[in-house]
Design a protein around this ligand. Structure first.
Ligand SMILES: [Zn+2]
Ligand SMILES: [Zn+2]
Length: 280
């Protein structure tokens, strides 16, 4: 067993505990860092974040229950040598199993995010993530329970199609969690560094553009960890950070901090695609 497999097996044994601790620890550190650099009173920030934190209680049970099913699928595909990764030469090598596998799952996550925006029935669940008018690190966990269910079901499909092993899933989930948290924080990287990293990765600036309240910016920078898919498929956009207006033009901002209203929103016929009120 090589070094990477040893690390993967330690992670697998304590998967849930390690992930939840990493997630909570990093969010807390960044949350306090945001308070430190912000001119807004911390009580106002706490009020805003508490709505987002409530979504943990709806997401965790759904996520944990369906993830068990995803792990069963992963076990099955690996033992039956099923999936795209097993069609490549040397499917057991580090490069195929972890590197190509990581890129393949990242492409599937890009496809998932595009699907959530383009299919109206799915968009109604995903738009809850976009209704936050004060984007910060807590927005990472602002996800309607319906989307949590849809997202983990799609993950099962991606594992079935790719042949992803448990080790790859652990690596993927860990990097993805870090990337998503950092993409939402409003601690800004120096512009030059952000621009260089943006050639490969979804940086905070790039994801913030995705949270602009109107089209065509709402439908851009869909990438999860890598920005290369947006560049390849023409959905990459940049915007002056000071011009970004968080939220959604079709959603009345007075409801953006009402938890029950947000949970009911996907069943409200009023909310469809954002209006294309900016030139393409
Ligand atoms: Zn989105
Ligand atoms: Zn986001």
């Amino acid at each position: 067993m090589n070094f990477f497999n040893s690390i993967a097996s330690i992670f697998q044994e304590h998967l849930t505990l390690i992930q939840v601790s990493l997630f909570a620890g990093l969010i807390s550190i960044l949350w306090f860092a945001e308070v430190f650099i912000s001119a807004n009173p911390w009580k106002k920030k706490l009020n805003h974040s508490s709505i987002n934190f409530l979504f943990i209680f709806t997401a965790l049970p759904i996520q944990l229950a369906i993830t068990l099913g995803v792990l069963v699928i992963s076990d099955w595909v690996v033992s039956h040598h099923w999936g795209l990764l097993f069609l490549l030469p040397h499917p057991e090598s580090f490069w195929v199993k972890y590197v190509i596998g990581f890129f393949l799952l990242d492409f599937f996550e890009y496809a998932y995010h595009v699907t959530m925006h383009k299919v109206n029935r799915l968009w109604k669940f995903h738009l809850i993530h976009h209704t936050d008018t004060q984007l910060d690190v807590s927005t990472t966990i602002r996800e309607h329970p319906g989307e949590t269910f849809i997202r983990v079901c799609f993950l099962g499909l991606w594992v079935f199609l790719s042949g992803a092993s448990l080790g790859l899933l652990v690596l993927r989930q860990t990097v993805q969690t870090f990337s998503n948290i950092i993409a939402h924080t409003h601690l800004q990287l120096p512009e030059k560094i952000d621009r260089v990293l943006g050639w490969l990765l979804i940086t905070p600036n790039l994801h913030h553009v995705h949270h602009h309240d109107s089209m065509p910016y709402t439908d851009c920078n869909y990438g999860d960890v890598f920005s290369i898919w947006d560049r390849i498929f023409g959905t990459y956009k940049e915007m002056d950070h000071s011009a970004i207006n968080y939220g959604l033009d079709i959603f009345d901002a007075k409801h953006s901090d009402k938890f029950v209203y947000l949970v009911k929103t996907p069943f409200n016929e009023e909310y469809l695609k954002p209006k294309a009120n900016l030139p393409l």
